[in-house]
Design a protein around this ligand. Sequence first.
Ligand code: NAP
Ligand code: MG
Length: 404
Amino acid sequence: MAKIQMKTPIVEMDGDEMTRILWGWIKDILILPYVDLRTEYYDLSLVKRDETEDQITIDAAEATKRLGVAVKCATITPNAQRVEEYHLKKMWKSPNGTVRRILDGTVFRKPILVKGITPYVPGWTKPIAIARHAYGDIYNSVETKVSKGDSAYLVIQDSDGNEVSRQLIHSFGTGDGIVQGIHNLDDSIRAFARSCFNYGLSEKLPVWFGAKDTISKTYDHRFKDIFNEIFEAEYKEAFDEAGLYFMYTLIDDIVARVMRSEGGMLWVCRNYDGDVMSDMVATAYGSLGMMSSVLVSPDGKYEYEAAHGTVTRHYYKYLKGEETSTNSVATIWAWTGALAKRGELDDIPELVSFAKKLEKATLDTIESGYMTGDLIPMFRSEGITPVKMNSIQFLQAIASRLEK
Ligand code: NAP
Ligand code: MG
């Protein structure tokens, strides 16, 4: 059979530890036999980042801006222990953070559902995708304790230092207390809104967004207004055409609606809401090994990755020659996401359909009882006793289904 031809290369960002090992195996066993793979390769391993003073990460992000679609392996974000372990010149920043900054993107996470692994909320039969705004609010706040008798004000100055407005926050007449100042930027909220609407269109999901504009009549209301403005001006038509919708309502109403729903929407979250709710949603669906993740920029560039890390504990076992049973599903999804998006943009239907077949072969493998160790305790399916496979056996089992 002739291999599927590609037009534009995918930006390939290799990574670290166990996921780097899986990376090579996935390509060799599941992709290269079928696709004449074209990638622009960037080695984002910690060793290479150190060697290039992290320039390689910047180059990879710039390449993503140029080519539009990237696939990224999990990478080590160094801490003090890693600086010692790898004899690093510096404690380099998180590569995910660097790529996110350069692309000005938003991270979207979506669980990968399989029959046999029931979410803790049994009504959630479709995945709930979550978008978290990654700028501002309490994550860039100033705060202080205030003593009894003191007063706190919200003061705005113009660029010359003249006072524009002054509002009393509170006079602490009766006792000590605390005060906090938070901010956000219209541009950041706009970029976030565009990323969310692009993702909704790309994944064919309705978009739900909630904030507390009834209480926070300026701050939260600004989020609501910006989302509505951008939707009406730039996305309404495309959403109508795709049979999708955008819904804004209060955050507490959204929480109630999500619980009652069958899933199948993009839940757009403010920074703090996303921090909290993404952990709840991920846990409800089962495992980090079954969570896909994509960074989408406001101008429609895509970087696909797994939501988990480099699975260090398994890597040390691998180095000792011991058997590992590491779940490769999220990393496979990073590849299928990138291949399908490339196929869609370059009008190569065979590539899109290959990606879908690879996903189906992966799900079928698990549903028929063959899986990695992390899924075994969660798997319940009538008449099927799950079989634990090692990392390579699992990929080979998928390959033999794909072959069929
Ligand atoms: P981790 O790599 O996600 O692993 C934590 C634990 O979760 C593992 O030890 C394993 O549990 C389980 N696990 C995660 N993914 C799994 C998979 N695919 N299959 C089976 N089990 C899986 O997180 P970490 O240990 O906190 O971080 C390790 C390194 O990854 C760190 O250097 C961190 O900087 C980096 N990291 C990178 C990214 C990224 O690039 N996107 C994200 C997060 C962390 P058991 O040990 O119980 O089997
Ligand atoms: Mg959190």
